[in-house]
Design a binder for this molecule. Structure first.
Ligand code: PLP
Length: 408
């Protein structure tokens, strides 16, 4: 198409009165419906946990053992090393960092907040991880995220040479937003690398551990087991939640870590709460039952989600193939597709889409401080709208990319 033709199509699009939203990675209401069984659980008169605990009452800071058991595969440690939180793993991540800032972690000499500290941030990454750092004055150092995980030469160089680097964010499986999956070699290097800070921590956010989009159930190496094997047992906190398994607003969150880290965390949580929502834990156990129950439910999610991803990928393939500087990821799981446009063009594409009635996540939000130095990355979240809307939105986005590319 000539530039004139693309412009004409764009003018037509502007007049089409679209009102579409591809911003946040929320489950659709059809996905939420899959867990409506929870709304009537645990059921009248059902308030006893397996060990007889009355879940209506205070207590049980670590979470019901049978609810913790739902997370053993996701975090990779036995129930004794898992702590449950309420509905947001993000809150667990936030609080763990705030505890470290105020108190230091179990092997710190002083609170992290007593010095200027930094976190490594693989990019593109999850904006809310970056918001936690920004909120609490933690400097963010971007490192490139490849298809098999972060650039490990760079990570090893940085952590070995700078004791102010206390932490690192990782979304190891079906990452937000590229869908990258960390290879076993990368996980092994993360577990074993030399760090100048003896109290360095990896914040391993396994948010999409069971969120497959294809037949292939991609597996990743067990970070906590490798940390232990390499002599760094306290190196990692592993987070997960049922937000995108059951209800995004009413799930359970979990963190797994070494026995020493768990002891430290429970000590910090003790003054914070008398215990989490155990009624919700009990109904999740009744509803999900076990790993097989989770698997069966995730297959139903996949049946709803996969066609939306396939649709976006098909539209991009048809409309964007061969345009210089344009590429996109083809995730095998998770909630996002990452679209790369020619350098300096992401903001313009997002603005053009907005003018045509399609709201995209702001360009830059995939990078620390909201600044994508190359202005290239756009996060596409196809989960929430219906399939027909996803198709319209993908075509509109593709046209905006064509326009920007043709304008040069
Ligand atoms: N971590 C990642 C990587 C996410 O993409 C999201 C949601 O989009 C979350 C965490 C939020 O998890 P939760 O609902 O458990 O707070």
């Amino acid at each position: 198409m000539s530039l004139e033709q693309i412009r004409a199509k764009y003018t037509e699009l502007q007049g089409a009165g679209l009102k579409l939203d591809l911003t946040r990675g929320k489950p659709s209401s059809q996905q939420l419906d899959l867990s409506n069984g929870l709304l009537v659980l645990p059921g009248a008169g059902e308030f006893k946990a397996a060990d007889g605990t009355d879940v209506r009452n205070y207590g049980g800071l670590q979470g019901l053992p049978e609810a913790r058991a739902l997370f053993t595969a996701l975090v990779g440690v036995p129930v004794e090393q898992i702590v449950l939180g309420n509905n947001a793993s993000l809150a667990l991540m936030h609080d763990t960092i705030v505890f470290a800032l105020l108190k230091g972690v179990c092997d710190s000499d002083k609170p992290w907040g007593k010095e200027d500290i930094a976190f490594l941030c693989p990019v593109p990454g999850y904006d809310r991880h970056f918001s936690i750092c920004e909120e609490h004055g933690i400097k963010m150092i971007p490192v490139k995220l490849n298809d098999d995980g972060p650039d490990m030469d760079e990570v090893e160089r940085l952590v070995a040479g700078d004791a102010s680097i206390k932490g690192m964010w990782c979304v190891p499986k079906y990452s937000n937003p590229t869908g990258a999956v960390y290879s076993d070699a990368v996980v092994e290097r993360l577990a074993g690398m030399k760090t100048a800070a003896k109290d360095f921590r990896i914040f391993w956010d396994n948010a999409y551990g069971v969120h497959h989009l294809t037949e292939e159930k991609v597996a990743i190496a067990n970070l906590l087991a490798l940390c232990e094997a390499k002599g760094n047992p306290n190196r990692a906190f592993v987070f997960a939640s049922s937000s995108k398994i059951t209800f995004a607003g009413a799930g359970i969150s979990a963190v797994g870590a070494s026995a020493e880290n768990v002891k430290w965390l429970l000590k910090r949580m003790f003054p914070q709460t008398i215990g989490p929502d155990k009624v919700n834990q009990l109904r999740h156990v009744a509803f999900l039952k076990d790993a097989a129950g989770i698997d069966a439910l995730m297959a139903k999610h996949r049946a709803l989600l996969a066609p939306k991803f396939e649709c976006v990928l098909r539209v991009f393939e048809e409309e964007l193939t061969g345009i210089e500087g344009v590429s996109w990821t083809k995730p095998k799981g998770g909630y996002f597709i990452s679209l790369e446009v020619p350098s300096g063009c992401a903001k313009r594409v997002v603005a053009l889409a907005k003018e045509a009635g399609v709201v995209l996540t702001p360009a830059g939000s995939t990078h620390p401080y909201g600044k994508d130095p190359e202005d290239r990355t756009i996060r596409i979240a196809p989960s929430f709208p219906g399939l027909a809307e996803v198709e319209k939105a993908a075509k509109a986005v593709a046209l905006c990319v064509q326009l920007v590319a043709a304008e040069g």
